[in-house]
Design a binder for this molecule. Structure first.
Ligand code: GDP
Ligand code: CA
Length: 324
């Protein structure tokens, strides 16, 4: 079986660890990773979601934080701060820095991000085929109010890491998305998959930005394979992260059903066939089934690998019941 997933960082990576545990030897899991969180810092290309996927699936993640390397030290951050180098709000750990240095060197030598990701994964052996959504630069910016009553756009990382998502979102703009081309293999991974899975990743700044790359949403609409997903929203709130603020800013209903309807039913020009909601969101099941999105309520808290694997099993079971 060929499974393709569209993923952000922490939520997607944890879920994929459960899904990977279910793979038979001849199954293939391709993960299309969001790269719109990427940022150039201190002259280095940083790809937070690709790295979270690589470290989590490769056993190098800091389990407690959910991002960055285990057993990290912060000497370089302290030294940069001592020089007064900005930004001070984004700390790169010493171990993590090596990844960004290797990536940046390879970019400067002319390799595309997709080839670099494959090279980095040779060390981490994530057990999945990890591909960035695009080799082109795409960076999410969040539009917020400025002091003079106007609007200004700041990089997503500044909004999230420096401002802790504490200011209202007026709009979300993926700069570069209009000209970005899907990375090699991405469109094929969607159109040739037997099942397409949307992990509980952020629907706007993780999966939404992947869908913004030309051809990906069309490939999802065109495929005969079932497209099934897992709600990142439980009882009207994101389990972690800033999805609440983004959904509110874009006027999207902040609920398990709201996210499913945002991806859209086939009849409405969307692509979602199946959707898992948490047991506390049982009211969404009837509502979604009524519009043609097959829905079930099951426990959706990724408290440990067993619970996550059970969630992934429920996702594949849901997909298996959907013949298109
Ligand atoms: P990010 O790039 O690191 O923000 O990670 P993702 O976009 O892949 O995932 C973020 C989403 O994961 C958030 O919207 C969370 O609500 C969701 N999430 C995190 N932990 C859980 C969990 O245990 N269960 C569910 N259902 N969603 C979760
Ligand atoms: Ca992310």
């Amino acid at each position: 079986m060929r499974i393709t997933a569209l993923s952000g960082g922490v939520g997607g990576a944890r879920y994929l660890r459960g899904l990977r545990a279910l793979l038979a030897p001849d199954d293939e899991l391709t993960v299309i990773g969001n790269t719109a969180d990427d940022i150039w810092l201190f002259g280095l290309k940083v790809c937070p979601d690709l790295d979270t996927l690589m470290y989590t699936l490769g056993g190098g993640i800091d389990e407690h934080r959910g991002w960055g390397r285990a057993n990290e030290t912060w000497g370089a951050r302290e030294e940069l701060a001592a020089y007064g180098v900005e930004p001070t709000w984004f700390g790169l750990g010493d171990r993590d820095l090596a990844t960004h240095i290797v990536r940046t060197q390879m970019l400067q030598a002319g390799y595309p991000l997709s080839a670099i990701t494959t090279a980095l994964c040779e060390r981490w052996q994530p057990g999945v085929m990890l591909v960035p959504m695009s080799d082109d630069r795409v960076e999410t910016h969040i539009v917020i109010a400025d002091e003079a009553g106007g609007r200004r756009a700041i990089h997503f990382q500044e909004y999230w890491v420096r401002l802790r998502a504490s200011v209202p979102v007026l709009d979300v703009v993926a700069v570069g998305a209009d000209t970005a081309v899907a990375a090699p293999g991405v469109l094929e991974a969607v159109s040739e998959a037997d099942v397409i899975v949307l992990p509980p990743s952020n629907p706007i700044v993780s999966i939404g930005t992947i869908l913004g790359v030309a051809g990906i949403a069309d490939a999802l609409r065109a495929t005969q394979a079932p497209v099934v997903g897992v709600s990142p929203i439980i009882a009207g709130a994101a389990v972690r992260g800033m999805a609440d603020e983004l959904l509110a800013g874009l006027g999207i209903e902040n609920s398990a059903a709201g996210v499913a309807l945002h991806y859209g039913t086939r009849a409405d020009g969307g692509f979602l066939d199946g959707w898992l909601v948490h047991t506390s969101d049982g009211d969404a099941v009837g509502r979604l089934n009524a519009v043609g999105i097959a829905s079930r309520s099951v426990p959706l808290l990724m408290s440990d690998l067993t619970a996550t694997t059970t969630m992934a099993r429920a996702t594949l079971d849901l997909a298996a019941g959907l013949s298109r």
